[in-house]
Design a protein around this ligand. Structure first.
Ligand code: GDP
Ligand code: IMO
Ligand code: MG
Length: 419
């Protein structure tokens, strides 16, 4: 059992990047298995903040192998920009990063289609990051996608033109203006950058190395409540963000999975449209946004903020089979005299513990707990955390039946407490 998974239990942005970076020293391989440049994974060390979109969050550890798996959709233009801004020279990054030949490409047409679809939806927009995710996965499932391995073929340009023609013919049905050239130039430069990297059947590498005892950490993107099957459909992303997604997105057997680390914020945030029962449209919500710097890592949009939602957390724990809980951003709630946790919902006046499949409105039922007043960002031992924070954690553990084994008290790599 030398494959563990770390994934988000809420609506994304739980702090996955920070924690993957922090626990990478315990692994040999760090692999992304789904999503694409819609993700924005932040991590901080030596007072520098990095935001990763496509590249796994183990990339700053020189001796680790990072893999972009087959389940990821890659925009070459975003990839190039990210490689050039990371810091280490390209030759060094080529040593650290391997890409699946089976990963699908996000093409310029996908980005334009994403924008055209959202534009046509008027006030029922999904709130997509407009990175082309939905159209790229649509082509993948329709068996009309273009994959990374194909960039090495002699007729790549012809293949690209066939796909472009299809996208442009769909776009004719939309009243939407776009500038294709603007995307295309950067995209083809990105293709040249991708060619410098090892493009292989990563499923063989992964299974070979893990069968020889190497440890792999699968890094989720987005969060369980954005999963295409189990999230608040249609206000979701287009991939399986849950633990099962790691098997299909990397080519690994469920029998090989060990721990499933479920990461959640001490409160909740959501960016984009869709239900959010505990959302606070008041001063407390604004305070959480300000104190937690809750603005999207990819789009800069303000994140909606609210209290912790336990029915949603329990649902995510169930779907993923979470073995350990990691809680982030507890420092953001320091100073609140009281904090609330949603323990059930009311639906048409009746108690409801399930997440409705049709997004029908539910009203949260809260339990109020005492807050913790002190600044906790300098604390490194669990026992030294304020008693009220420990009670908050105990309450979550009792409600979910899963231990909270890591508490994050700041954005920096060092501001992490393991129990
Ligand atoms: P991800 O998408 O799950 O990797 O999360 P993001 O990077 O999009 O958003 C999390 C934000 O919170 C980033 O700005 C992190 O630097 C920051 N962060 C992570 N953990 C903590 C924490 O425990 N406390 C505080 N204050 N910030 C944190
Ligand atoms: P990380 O990995 C938060 C949201 C978008 C939108 C919906 C669909 O950083 O946690 P898409 O572009 O996928 O078609 O958008 O999903 N979304 C995210 N929200 N964090 C993310 O990634 C997200 N990736 C997509 O805001 O509501
Ligand atoms: Mg993010």
């Amino acid at each position: 059992m030398n494959i563990d998974i770390l994934l988000g239990l809420q609506w994304g942005d739980e702090g996955k990047g920070k924690i993957v970076d922090a626990i990478s020293p315990g692994y040999d391989i760090i692999a992304r298995f789904q999503g694409g440049p819609n993700a924005g994974h932040s991590l901080e060390f030596n007072n520098v903040k990095h935001v990763l979109h496509l590249i796994p969050s183990g990339i700053f550890h020189a001796e680790k192998i990072n893999i972009i798996g087959n389940g990821v959709v890659i925009d070459p233009a975003v990839f190039k920009k990210e490689i050039e801004t990371l810091g280490p020279p390209v030759t060094e990054l080529v040593r650290r990063l391997v890409i699946s030949a089976r990963a699908n490409l996000i093409m310029p047409g996908h980005r334009i289609l994403d924008a055209a679809y959202e534009h046509s939806k008027g006030c029922s927009k999904i709130g997509s990051t407009l990175k082309g995710i939905g159209p790229a996965y649509t082509d993948k499932v329709a068996r009309s996608g273009l994959r990374v391995g194909e960039i090495l073929s002699d007729n790549f340009r012809e293949l690209y033109d066939v796909h472009l023609k299809n996208h442009l013919s769909i776009l004719k049905n939309y009243d939407f203006t776009y500038n294709l050239e603007e995307y295309e130039a950067g995209w083809f430069e990105g293709i040249e950058m991708l060619k410098k990297f090892r493009i292989i059947n990563t499923e063989y590498l992964i299974n070979d190395l893990t069968s020889k005892g190497k440890k792999l950490l699968a890094e989720g993107a987005q969060g369980t409540m954005l999963d295409v099957d189990f999230g608040s459909y249609p206000f979701v992303t287009s991939s399986n963000t849950i633990s099962a997604g790691a098997c299909t997105g990397l080519g690994i057997s469920p029998k090989k999975i060990g721990d499933i680390f479920g990461i959640f914020k001490a409160y909740c945030t959501r960016v984009g449209s869709g239900p959010f029962p505990t959302e606070l449209n008041d001063d407390t919500g604004t305070l959480l946004r300000d104190l937690g710097h809750e603005f999207g890592s990819t789009t800069g949009r303000p994140r909606r903020c609210g209290w912790l939602d336990l029915p949603a957390l329990k649902y995510a724990i169930m779907i993923n089979g979470v073995t350990q809980l990691f809680m982030t951003k507890s420092d953001v709630m320091s100073g609140f005299s009281k904090v609330k946790v949603c323990t059930s919902y009311l639906s048409s006046g009746k108690e409801c513990l399930e997440i409705p499949f049709d997004n029908s409105p539910v009203e949260p039922v809260y339990t109020e707990l005492p807050g913790w007043e002190s600044d906790i960002s300098g604390i490194r031992e669990f026992t030294r955390l304020p008693e009220n924070l420990k009670s908050y954690i105990k309450f979550i553990e009792d409600q979910t039946g899963v231990p909270v084994t890591m508490v994050s008290v700041g954005a920096d790599r060092e501001e992490t407490i393991f129990r």
